[in-house]
Design a protein around this ligand. Sequence first.
Ligand code: SF4
Length: 290
Amino acid sequence: MEADPLEKLTTDWADYTFNPWIGCTKVSDGCRECYAHRQQDLRFGRVEWGDGNPRSRTSTSYWEKPKLWDWRAYYYKNRPFVSCGSLCDVFDPEVSSCWRDDLFRLIEETPHLVWLLLTRRISEVVQFTERLPNNVALGVSISSQDEYNRDAPLLREAALKLHPIFTFGNFEPLLAPVTLDYFTAPKWVIVGCETGPLGRFMMPDWARNLRDQSAVMGLSFYFKQASELRSGPSDLLDGAHHRNRPNTLNREWLLGHRDWLDKLLSDTGYRGPAPDCSGIAMPERHHQPN
Ligand code: SF4
């Protein structure tokens, strides 16, 4: 029996993947080889891609899973990342706002998870979203300099209005070189080539440039996969893994989760005075895949 495709899609840059619904419309050149379209429409026939076609909401039992992940995160004292919407776009205007409200309610009920909301419709976020749950990180998918110039300022505007934990740019598929700028660069830069049988080639220099710009600007950098020139692991850039994630244990979050912090300290045998969160500085996390 084939495994549940929703479960199979968990990716390394996140700890879990959750899809509140399935279906979308292609809105950019970067969507050309969309694997969600290939898999869920062309292969499984579960939904038809495009405007005017209904999206398919995932099951009630599937919607319960994040609560289990949240309980685990509380118990193990970590903050896993949940990639939300690998088979859809959370800010798709074809989706009823009730569905989005249900999703935001679920996000609020799972405060130990960091929900990564990634969109190609950042203008929708700026115009129509009044608030985000406080355990959300907001990101845009960017494939070229034109998209960066258009969407990075909107991401910054959305961040100023909605206060996500951090912003991120998913440069995947990266189809051209991109130059970041200090004022609009997202805090987390993720880079990957286009996958699939007709995936377009990503020049290694485009990824190197983003890696080096991230280092200069103090941004976290995550490299997902390179276009294959020869055999060997494709998640290496110049022979090295790059799997940095932004720090999410910030002062505000810790202050709001005092019981969680106390449990962490008692479980680790800490006997000193209660820490003063005001000066807390957590090191950047270097993610180790399981
Ligand atoms: S926005 Fe994302 S899910 Fe939607 S068509 Fe484009 S690549 Fe696919």
